[in-house]
Design a protein around this ligand. Structure first.
Ligand SMILES: *Cc1c(COP(=O)(O)O)cnc(C)c1O
Length: 472
């Protein structure tokens, strides 16, 4: 398996080469040169597998240049009950027949990001050690990637993390989770702006090829291919958990921000998993919902991104959407390049009335969005009817999922974070405190370390230079 650019340029590369990279040299994203597909007999065997076997079966298809005797132990070390709370790793909770929640948030940061980043931490360490290299990770977070990445990289040899987050836009719990990680190799940069500003800075740094090479810059954002690949695994696990045979179809409801999670579902579907629909849920920041309903892709300006009660989804320009577009336009890099050029000049593109938009239906993605009031209602309903407490992001997914639910088709709603991370909204909805997992009791009281900066690429670069002393 080799990796090519969504914009058509460059030579195909190996997984280990692209693991530490962000954007492709021509400004696109890496995608496999062909999606692997599982045969019916392979799928039949996978049904009985535990999480680690399943992960190896899937990831070894994407990672063909790490020998299995090295890859297998990395996977076995990552997906353990010690890290994820149970041997099932992503247990499924059945609310009522045909309606399920797949629990993805029992890792160290209490959000689904751990499922990919815990593995990425080990993969980075492995690849760096092999090449005798160091890595300075520059990332952007809307709330959960930051702590998941920092917890995954903590104590890893040769790795520093510079994490940009939108100043005062995350929940107090999320903020404390990141900023209280006081470690000499972890730098929290709070940017005066929104997530998209942070992501733009990371992209600008990644596009400065000289700076990137000199300071050994890498990324952990959801544009990192390894994260996408690792997320494919839980779709298979969830599918097998709620079905008896591989003839059945399942719908997944997915709260979307940077389009990484749902893109992994789309990949799983292309690999042969019988997913009928992927139901994309957005909050008030509904750029993606607008596209899937109308064909018009119209990212908002930073000043138009609303701060909502599901802050991890307060994103206007979803990076991984470009990967999906690459498949939608028939893997035509020149076409993707032209569309993104149009985005740069006109600020939008419109596929309505084109053959491309007709194809959207075939890709199985449908969408909807929720408001704060909707989320409160869903949190209340799920608590009242089933005695299960869900967070605001998961509520987005459940709400939109139920709108699209079809009787006879199991609906799996992906839980993307635990309610403890968003206690203010839980109090508002239920008049009670969410349960805090052990170890998080006094989180907000811990000392915090962070740097506040303007949304200025040069200022961030200077900060990185100052904190990478080994490069002269
Ligand atoms: C990151 C995140 C999302 C959005 O996931 P994407 O992969 O960026 O689409 C949704 N909910 C929570 C809690 C998150 O942390």
């Amino acid at each position: 398996m080799r990796y090519i650019s969504t914009r058509g340029g460059g030579e195909p590369r190996d997984f280990s080469d692209i693991l530490l990279e962000g954007l492709t040299p021509d400004g696109g994203l890496f995608v496999p040169d062909a999606a692997p597909r599982f045969s019916a007999s392979q799928l039949a065997r996978m049904r009985g597998m535990g999480y680690r076997d399943l992960a190896f079966m899937i990831l070894s298809r994407f990672i063909s240049d790490i020998p299995s005797w090295d890859l297998r132990p990395l996977i076995d070390r990552t997906y353990t009950a010690a890290i994820f709370g149970s041997e099932e790793i992503t247990p499924v909770r059945t609310l009522e027949p045909g309606l399920h929640i797949q629990c993805l948030s029992n890792g160290p940061s209490l959000a689904f990001k751990d499922l990919a980043l815990q593995l990425v931490g080990d993969l980075f360490e492995y690849v760096l050690a092999k090449g005798g290299l160091r890595l300075n990770i520059v990332g952007a977070t809307s709330g959960d990637t930051g702590s998941a990445a920092e917890l995954a990289m903590l104590g890893k040899k040769g790795i520093r993390v510079f994490m940009l987050s939108p100043f005062e836009r995350m929940s107090p719990f999320q903020t404390a989770q990141m900023f209280s990680l006081v470690d000499p190799n972890i730098f929290n940069i709070a940017v005066r702006g929104v997530f998209d500003d942070c992501q733009d800075i990371v992209k600008a740094i990644g596009n400065d090829l000289e700076f990137k090479a000199r300071y050994h810059i890498g990324t952990v954002n959801s544009i990192n291919w390894a994260r996408v690949a690792a997320q494919v695994v839980y779709y298979f696990k969830g599918y097998f958990a709620v079905t008896r045979s591989n003839d059945e179809e399942v719908d997944f409801a997915v709260p979307a921000g940077n389009f990484g999670n749902i893109y992994a579902g789309f990949l799983a579907r292309m690999m042969g998993l019988p997913i009928r629909r992927l139901i994309l849920a957005t909050n008030e920041n509904n750029v993606l919902d607008e596209f899937f309903r109308t064909g018009r892709y119209r990212p908002r300006k930073s000043s138009e991104v609303v701060a909502t009660s599901s802050p991890s989804m307060d994103i206007s320009r979803a990076s991984n959407f470009e990967r999906y577009m690459f498949d939608l336009v028939g893997r035509d890099g020149a076409k993707v390049k032209a569309l993104w050029k149009q985005l740069d000049t006109k600020g939008e593109f419109d596929l309505s009335g084109t053959e491309y938009f007709e194809r959207v239906q075939k890709t199985g993605i449908v969408s909807g969005s929720s408001t704060h009031a909707d989320r409160l209602e869903i949190i209340q309903e799920v608590w009242r009817e089933y005695g299960v407490m869900i967070d605001t992001h998961t509520a987005d997914g459940v709400g939109v999922g139920l709108e699209h639910r079809e009787m006879g088709v199991p609906l799996v709603c992906l839980e993307t974070a635990l309610p403890a991370k968003f206690d203010a909204t839980i109090r508002e909805a239920l008049g009670r405190e969410p349960v805090r997992p052990v170890g998080f009791e006094n989180l907000e009281q811990l000392p915090q370390r962070f740097e506040v900066m303007e949304a200025d690429v040069e200022a961030v670069k200077r900060f990185i230079v100052a904190n990478v002393p080994e490069v002269q």
